[in-house]
Every structure is written in C-alpha cells, then in structure tokens.
Design a protein around this ligand. Structure first.
Ligand code: ADP
Ligand code: ZN
Length: 510
C-alpha cells in the first residue's frame, strides 16, 4: 500500500500527530524524517529509516503504538539498550517492558498480564527470544488480539554481513515477516551504506518499504584526527578543558580504560571508568554519574554509549584509531545531540593498525558460527574497514567527507574539521583579494552584500559568504575602508591601491 492511496484516519489531520507528540513526549515538532515513518507505519506500510545518531529513531515506532493505543514489538540487540529505553518510557508514564532471559517468574507473569489486558504499548525483545517457543505463543496471542500495530527492528544493520556490527542472531529475523504477515515492519539504523540497506530490505523481506534516509552529516560536530604523541596526556587534558558539558573518552581495552581513568584522576579530573568487565553495580553507578553530573568525564570501552542519552556531550575523544568509519560515526555521534557545537577528536598512531589487526582476527575467529567461509569474509570486511578508517585518519581531505564517503554518502567538504581549516590556512588568498580590490577600484565603492553577490557570480549562499568574509578581512588588513553609517559600503584605501600594483601573499585561516 502506498501512502497516497491509504485511507488511514490519521492522514489529512496534520495536527493529530503533533498533538500526540506533545501530549506523550512534550515536544512541539517532529525531527526530520520522523513524521513520514510514523505516517507510513500507521498506514500499514513497511519502512526503512536511516536517521543519524540522536536523530530520534525510537520515536518513529513509539508514537504509532500510542496513537493507536496498541502494541509495538521492538527487536533490539542489547539488554542494556532495551532497559534504558523502557526506563525512559516509563518515566513518561508509557507502559513499556523488556522481555529477556534475566526476568524472574513474577516479572514475567506481570508482563504477560499487561500484554493480555492490552495495557502494554511497547515490548522490547532480544532477537534470540523469537526462537523460544513461549515467546512465539505470546506473539500469536498478541496477533490474534489484533492489537499489534507494528514490528520494529532497531540497529537493523546488524543483519548485514556488510555492516560493522554483524550479529548472527539477527539473520533469523527474516522469520518475522512470515510470523506476522499483515503487520508493518520498520527497520532502523544510524548508518547503513547502500549495500547494507539492500541487505536489510532483502533479509527482513520488507515489502515496498518507505525508505527514509537522512544524511549522517552533523553540522554541529567538528572532527579532528591527530597523531598520538608519546605522552598524549597534555593533549587530552587540553581537549577536556575546552569541552562544554559531558566528556566521553573511548579507549580500546579494559586495561587502558582503567589506566586512563586513574591518570586523569591524578591529573585532577574526576574521571570514572566504564567497561563490560565491571560488576553490575559499578556500571549502574558509572552510568548515573555520567547522566547526572554537570561535567562528567567518562573513560570507557565502546561497550558504553548505546542508548545513553545525554544531549550535551561536548567532546568524544578516541584514544586509538577506531576500527571502522561506521562504528566511529555512531560513537562520535553521541556528541552534540542538543545541536550545539561539539568536538570529536581521534588520537591515532600507525602502530594501532597492528594491534587492531590482531583484535579483528581474534573477533572474526571468535564469532564461532563454524562457517569458515563466512568467517573469512567477515575478516576481510573488517580489514577493509580498518584500512578505510586509516585512510581517513592519514588522509589530506575533509574528515567529514571522508568518513561519510566510507559509509556511502557523498557530501561537500565541511569547512569545520582540522583538514578543512588547514586547507584554508594553506590557501593563499592573494588572487581572490586582487579581484575584490580591482572590483572596488573600478566601481569606486560598493556595499558588502552586493559586492559579494557579484563576485560569487550567481553561486550559492556559501560562496557569497566566503567573499563577504574575505572583504571584511581586507578591511581589517586596511586594504579597504568601510563607511561609518552601518551600510557596510566598502572603498579602496591607498594601501589597497599599492596592493593592486604589487600584491603580496595572504595566508589566513577562514
Ligand atoms: P537515536 O536512536 O536516533 O540515536 P533517540 O531516539 O535516542 O535517537 O533520540 C535522541 C534524542 O532526541 C532523545 O533525547 C529523544 O528524546 C530526543 N527526541 C526525539 N525526537 C524528538 C523530537 N521530535 N523533538 C525533540 N526531541 C526529540
Ligand atoms: Zn572538513
């Protein structure tokens, strides 16, 4: 069914969805990409939603459950991730639960009760739960009751061997379609290259899905990648001091997490450690610390972060080269969810390649499906991803452009990252400066805006901004003067006339 010929009662009443959004979540507008997915699900259409980290994917499947007062079943890879979302929903007074192995008998009973009464709006499951007979029975009951509004597969890239986080458990999710033929299915991911997208659609058997892909571009993030000096501590301290809000520092191993946390403590920062080797209580404490302190510094392995929802992370710092661009975009994407400027810094060393190479081989061997061919394929993929990430770090081009290209998206240089700024620094502006000055000499004077528009010669607003910036820079260099009346009318000065006769190099950072 396409959206155009659907007769969903929700369509045509644009304020209804906004009302629900306000009522249940207290937000006044949808984020880009959310509304079409919600509408499609309500109209019974399958969807693939690729929205950047922090883009608000969960809402896409949560709202339909609330609008319909039915149930949405969510498949999610990690219990911690599910529990976190359940907690957030419960805080909003929305009935949600998570079905996992660790549930006690009474918890399970009350969950079943809530399901049967039709009170539950969201039920989260780990993928392997679907293989359990009792879960299947439950699913059938829910289907029979007619209350199942949609199925959601979160982190759907895990289904693809081309993704950065392949999980064999996800493969069996292909059964969902056959189990619930009439229920719309939504697959969600933050980064899915075209090949991964095609895999998701094929393996989940999505039917004529609405595909919503929003750029993974995050214009408030500034990427920088630097060679890790012999002693990175001063660099780390400097970056942390510069950062606003919370700071997330990623180290590769548990050991280095511990070491870095104590080094930072000694340096006077109240840093705490988080990794999967900590006991449950310490992990909960670390999480609380990170969520509640005004400026926490957390050192963690990549086990930390999924589902952690702190909007004002001002710095995500990687102490080693991340093994893939996909993974890195997800981790760095935890910065600046509030839309304010934030920094993403990677410290790397050519030797990282060797250690990561070992780790990758270990992981590929340890995946343990017993299929040697598949293991070899995964190993090669991981090695390719590592080489790509290395090329981003060592490369001369825009970081954002290179990172996004590695996940299949083509964007222009960002103008903010370390490489873009260097490029500008390296650039000699004298040629362009001469054009500005010559133009003003010829016209006798002109206001800044129309001058910039003329020089940009019909090009985009950004190009005009660059010319305007240059003209202002020339005023500061006393090559031009500006009228005092606020009209920003520019004139050539004597120094400017000199310059035109005998230009000199001008190296500035934009
Ligand atoms: P993702 O899973 O895409 O990384 P989340 O679903 O965790 O993102 O949402 C990221 C943040 O944005 C959360 O704090 C969420 O509550 C918030 N959010 C989602 N949708 C909206 C919206 N329409 N308006 C305001 N905040 C929103
Ligand atoms: Zn850039």
């Amino acid at each position: 069914m396409s959206l155009a010929d659907s007769a969903s009662p929700v369509r045509g009443t644009p304020s209804l969805l906004e009302d629900a959004l306000r009522q249940h979540f207290g937000w006044c507008a949808f984020r880009p990409g959310q509304r079409p997915v919600v509408e499609a699900l309500l109209a019974g259409q399958d969807c693939l939603a690729v929205l950047p980290t922090g883009g608000g994917k969960s809402l896409c499947f949560q709202l339909p459950a609330l609008v319909r007062q039915g149930l949405v079943l969510v498949i999610s890879p990690l219990v911690a991730l599910m529990q976190d979302q359940v907690m957030q929903l419960q805080r909003r007074g929305i009935a949600a639960a998570c079905l996992h192995r660790g549930l006690g008998v009474s918890e399970r009973r009350s969950l079943h009760g809530a399901l049967r009464d039709g009170r539950l709006r969201l039920l989260y499951l780990a993928p392997e739960r679907l293989q359990v007979e009792a879960t299947r029975q439950l699913l059938e009951e829910v289907l029979d009751s007619g209350r199942l509004v949609a199925l959601a597969v979160d982190e759907a890239h895990c289904i693809s061997a081309w993704g950065h986080d392949f999980r064999p458990d996800y493969r069996r999710l292909g059964q969902l379609r056959a189990l619930c033929p009439g229920v719309p299915l939504v697959a969600l991911s933050a980064t899915a290259a075209p090949r991964v997208r095609a895999d998701i659609i094929r393996l989940l058997q999505l039917r004529r899905p609405l595909v919503q892909v929003r750029s993974a571009r995050r214009t408030n993030l500034t990427y920088a990648m630097r060679r890790r000096p012999a002693d990175p501590l001063p660099l780390v301290l400097e970056a942390v001091a510069r950062a606003r809000g919370a700071v997330l520092i990623y180290a590769r191993t548990r050991r280095s997490v511990e070491q870095w946390a104590s080094r930072l403590l000694v340096a006077g920062l109240e840093a705490i450690a988080y990794h999967a080797g900590l006991d449950a209580e310490s992990r909960v404490l670390a999480l609380e610390h990170f969520q509640q302190q005004p400026r926490p510094v957390l050192v963690a392995t990549v086990a930390f972060g999924m589902g952690v929802d702190r909007p004002d992370v001002g710095l995500v710092l990687h102490l080693d080269l991340p093994p893939s661009a996909e993974g890195y975009l997800q981790e760095s994407g935890r910065a600046g969810r509030d839309g304010l400027p934030a920094e993403c810094l990677v410290l790397f060393d050519p030797a990282d390649r060797t250690t990561l190479g070992w780790a990758i081989r270990g992981a590929a061997a340890g995946h343990g499906s017993g299929d040697a061919g598949a293991a070899q394929q995964r190993l090669e993929l991981a090695q390719r991803q590592l080489r790509r990430m290395e090329a981003v770090a060592e490369g001369e081009t825009c970081r954002e452009q290179a990172l996004l290209l590695a996940v299949g998206e083509l964007v222009p240089p960002c103008g903010r990252c370390d490489r873009c700024l260097e490029e500008d620094r390296r650039r000699d502006w004298s040629g362009r400066a001469t054009r500005v000055l010559a133009c003003l000499q010829q016209r006798g004077g002109q206001d800044l805006r129309s001058l910039a528009a003329d020089l940009a010669d019909g090009a985009s607003g950004q190009e005009q901004e660059r010319w305007a910036w240059l003209a202002r820079r020339l005023v500061q260099e006393e090559l031009l003067s500006e009228s005092d009346d606020g009209a920003q009318r520019l004139y050539l000065r004597t120094r400017g006339r000199h310059y035109l006769r005998q230009p000199w190099p001008l190296h500035w950072a934009a």
